[in-house]
Design a protein around this ligand. Structure first.
Ligand code: F0G
Length: 441
């Protein structure tokens, strides 16, 4: 098993988990399922009549009465047989590299410590050996924003802020609303009307934010917000806030710890350019303290209809030509005037990386392949990274033997239900029809 999900465990504990997982893989079908572990037979007890059986029938029911069965644990277990309780995996484990805070004043919802999945099925289909997905969708509100928000909201509250505010394509807003709620601050989110995923809007409402809509795009919303920055105890929580960058850089530390080195490539979606800047800062800091001995190349990914940074990179330009009307199906990165364009472009150039624009069609296909080959549902914006890896591998820019990490920045549950019209289903009215489907697949 090549998964780094347990990478924070002690080596022995990690081995135990892997053995336990492997030992459960021996299934044999003899008139039902005979379950054995290391050759030891398992038993099952009926919850209704109490009969016990050494095997499970194929229909999983009790032989005697048709009741539900439970597995019977027959081994001696003491507390000492259990794995040690996990340590706190949240980002504050890196507090030595974060701005100073008083522990008891930290606003945390247990962000960070997200899994790094080894995506072997997808890697095989792309034709590379080592592809990993950093699953930031497992953060408390479903995106990487929670890392930055934990630090920035902690700092805002410590500085006596009354109101925290952001412009957003949805994830910053829902994250800020949650952390603001926890901190007892007033929260105001400014969003482009009708242009953010419904789940993100609903999250903001549930967390109790004041929701303000603008006619126009994210860039208009951010302009309005920045003009109100600092007035009447109001602190802006977009990635122009330096503490956001500090929190988000911890994901780079985690990747290095999970792989025991830096990857060859980090592939990351870019909207406002804050997150790519955070990662590059994180990798650079880990290098400077000697935690890693090489830096990754950064591949910045934008959607073709909203790709000012890619244009500047390709045109070898020192400045960025903004898009007045950015357009892409990946609403999270529908941004034409990235506030962090300078440092985003520097991250790509300093790392000897690349910037790539992928089409909406490539993004939609990539999300599907990540979900149906790896079981990871990511936001469209996040899936752009998988589309980019396909492209870069086919152009031999990413080499077959190189280690690649894609950042899945947001959980696909956020935007997957936006378009359900095209989903194909079977409608049935009898169990026989279901049987026909089962034999046909
Ligand atoms: N991926 C997702 C899922 C995002 O929500 C964002 C940005 C990005 C990537 C790009 O990150 O802006 O730091 O370059 N979302 C912001 C928001 C704009 O308002 O939620 P970035």
């Amino acid at each position: 098993m090549r998964s780094s999900e347990h990478a924070f465990m002690q080596p022995q504990a990690k081995q135990d988990v892997e053995n336990a997982v492997l030992s459960c893989v021996i299934f044999k079908m003899v008139n039902g399922f005979r379950h054995t572990t290391h050759g030891v037979q398992m038993n099952f007890r009926c919850l209704d009549c109490g009969s016990t059986f050494g095997r499970l029938r194929a229909d999983l029911q009790c032989d005697a009465c048709g009741g539900l069965l439970e597995w019977v644990m027959e081994r001696e277990v003491t507390v000492s047989s259990l794995l040690p309780p996990p340590q706190d995996f949240n980002l504050w484990r890196y507090s030595a590299l974060l701005p100073p805070t008083e522990d008891e004043k930290i606003i945390s919802l247990s962000e960070g410590g997200t899994p790094l999945h080894y995506a072997e099925n997808l890697a095989r289909s792309i034709g590379i050996d080592e592809l990993f997905i950093k699953n930031e969708g497992k953060n408390p509100t479903g995106s990487f924003k929670d890392r930055g928000m934990s630090v920035a909201v902690t700092m805002a509250r410590a500085s006596g802020a009354r109101v925290i505010i952001c412009a957003s394509t949805g994830n910053t807003a829902s994250s800020m609303a949650a952390y603001g709620a926890k901190a007892g601050l007033k929260t105001v989110v400014v969003i482009p009307r009708g242009k953010i995923a419904k789940t993100k809007l609903a999250q903001c409402a549930e967390y109790g934010a004041r929701i303000v809509e603008v006619e126009g795009n994210f860039d208009v919303a951010l302009d309005f917000v920045r003009r109100n920055s600092g007035t009447d105890g109001t602190v802006v929580m977009n990635s122009v806030n330096p503490f956001r960058i500090e929190g988000q850089k911890t994901a780079a530390f985690e990747i290095c710890d999970q792989l025991s080195s830096a990857p060859d490539w980090l592939v990351i979606p870019v909207g406002n350019g804050g997150n790519i800047s955070s990662y590059w800062k994180g990798f650079s800091e880990f290098m400077s303290i000697g935690a890693i001995s090489s830096l990754p190349r950064i591949a910045a990914v934008q959607a073709a209809g909203a790709s000012p940074i890619v244009d500047a990179f390709k045109g070898n330009s020192e400045t960025v030509k903004f898009y007045d009307e950015p357009e892409t199906v990946a609403s999270a990165i529908r941004i034409g005037r990235p506030a962090n364009w300078k440092r985003a472009l520097s991250a790509v150039r300093e790392s000897h990386g690349v910037a790539v624009a992928v089409t909406d069609r490539e993004i939609i296909e990539a999300r599907k392949s990540l979900a149906d080959r790896e079981g990871i549902l990511a936001e469209l914006a996040s899936a752009s990274t998988v589309a980019a890896v396909k492209r870069l591998a086919s152009e031999n820019i990413i080499g077959k033997g190189q280690t690649v990490v894609c950042v899945a920045t947001g959980n696909g549950l956020k935007d997957v239900a936006e378009h359900t019209e095209t989903i194909e289903t079977d409608t049935i009215s009898s169990s026989r029809e279901l049987g026909r489907i089962l034999t046909s697949i």
